[in-house]
Design a protein around this ligand. Structure first.
Ligand code: HEC
Ligand code: HEC
Length: 343
């Protein structure tokens, strides 16, 4: 009798385990008590995007995360947003100077890291997209990236009842349309905040810089802070920082103005440890080579930034102190934050 009960209990447990493994992992809601609320870090400016008309909710965030990691957004179901924007590398794509899209095609620029996007005033290296909610359709339709059409994406998602349910939970009805796809992806992307670096701890009085880091910070404030402005480490302007000429005209590609040629959006200097290679074309492999560029590699041109008309002067010890400071901007928490992981 006792044996019989034990085996019935065992069987029940087995059935329950198998059943729970069988449920679609993508359908799992956020782990219980996961806080996805958006908090503006102390002493940071107000975000440019504040989820007005797109209220951040656990359902919307989970749907956006699922879409971000779903290869069905590409024509041959091989590439997701995360293929080019990997969490472990601060949502950049490393080891590739240029991004890789469907059919292993090469893009024309380096995949940028994605974090603190709610503060960005424009998107892409040339600012070609001016609102975050319009951004997600660009890679979906780009022939070198996902090369898919929106009607196709919508019908693929519609074929999956679990998606229809998630759209219903998020937006109140099962309808899947472009605007809802965009808003959901933005709920995920714009909620990614990176503010847990050592620099942030120091600013919050929870850590102190070493002597080298502090000396590097002073150098940074003297030589780099105008363009790479604290606390986001960019002023979001477009500037020419004197890289060797390339076919990519940068901001001029959008405005058509000769005065914008070779200007690119100033990138943040947070998380550089994860995001190499550097620059819009991935042309510089290391931080010390970046500093060499500013001290001895600047290429003169009519649009070279006025601040860089003269090379930046840095001794060898200055360079190592500056790199020590830049290394305090790496956020080892957000690259492993479970909220942003593949569901
Ligand atoms: C094939 C690789 C690839 C795929 C797939 C891809 N991206 Fe990107 N992403 C890039 C590249 C390259 C850029 C820079 C483009 C430019 O500047 O012209 C970029 C830029 C961005 C930016 C702007 C960041 C900034 O600092 O301005 C965002 C946001 C973004 N991608 C989100 C997404 C989302 C969401 C998806 C999926 C719908 C996606 N990406 C799919 C390669 C990719
Ligand atoms: C005149 C404005 C300006 C100044 C001053 C400046 N930068 Fe930059 N920086 C830029 C621009 C613009 C880019 C992007 C250029 C591109 O990709 O075409 C950039 C790119 C970078 C990158 C690559 C980041 C990435 O994600 O690809 C690093 C690292 C960097 N700068 C560090 C520094 C440091 C350190 C200093 C001070 C020694 C400095 N910069 C001074 C404008 C500036």
């Amino acid at each position: 009798m006792k044996n019989k009960i034990v085996s019935i209990v065992f069987l029940l447990v087995l059935i329950l385990t198998l059943w729970s493994c069988h449920t679609d992992p993508l359908l799992q809601p956020m782990p219980k008590n996961t806080d996805i609320s958006f908090v503006q870090p102390a002493n940071w400016p107000s975000p440019h995007y504040n989820f007005q008309n797109n209220t951040l909710t656990p359902d919307g965030f989970a749907l956006g995360r699922r879409l971000f990691y779903d290869t069905r957004l590409s024509i041959d179901n091989s590439i997701s947003c995360a293929s080019c924007h990997e969490q472990t590398t601060a949502f950049a794509q490393i080891d590739h100077a240029f991004s890789h899209g469907v059919r292993n095609q090469l893009g024309t620029r380096n995949s940028p890291a994605l974090f603190n996007l709610a503060w960005h005033t424009s998107f892409f290296w040339d600012g070609g997209v001016n609102h975050i909610e319009n951004q997600p359709i660009a890679p979906i339709m780009n022939p070198l990236e996902m090369d898919e059409t929106l009607p196709n994406v919508i019908s693929k998602l519609n074929a999956d009842p679990s998606y229809r349910l998630q759209f219903k939970n998020t937006f109140g009805s099962e309808e899947i349309n472009t605007q809802r796809i965009q808003k959901a992806i933005v709920q995920f992307m714009a909620a990614i905040v990176s503010n847990q670096s050592k620099y942030d701890q120091v600013k919050n009085g929870k850590a102190t810089f070493t002597a080298d880091e502090q000396a590097g910070y002073i150098l940074f404030q003297q030589k780099c802070n105008t363009c790479h402005a604290e606390p986001l480490f960019t002023d979001f302007s477009f500037r020419n920082n004197g890289l060797p000429f390339s076919l990519d005209s940068g901001r001029a590609h959008i405005t058509g103005l000769a005065s914008d040629r070779f200007k690119f959006k100033v990138p943040s200097l947070r998380n550089l440890n994860f995001t190499k290679p550097y620059m819009h074309n991935g042309s510089i492999a290391t931080l010390s080579a970046v500093l060499d560029h500013y001290t001895s590699g600047l290429v003169q041109s009519p649009t070279l930034d006025p601040l860089l008309q003269n090379p930046i002067t840095l001794s060898a010890t200055d360079k190592s102190k500056l790199i020590a400071f830049l290394n305090t901007l790496n956020d080892y928490e957000f690259v492993k934050d479970v909220r942003f992981k593949q569901p």
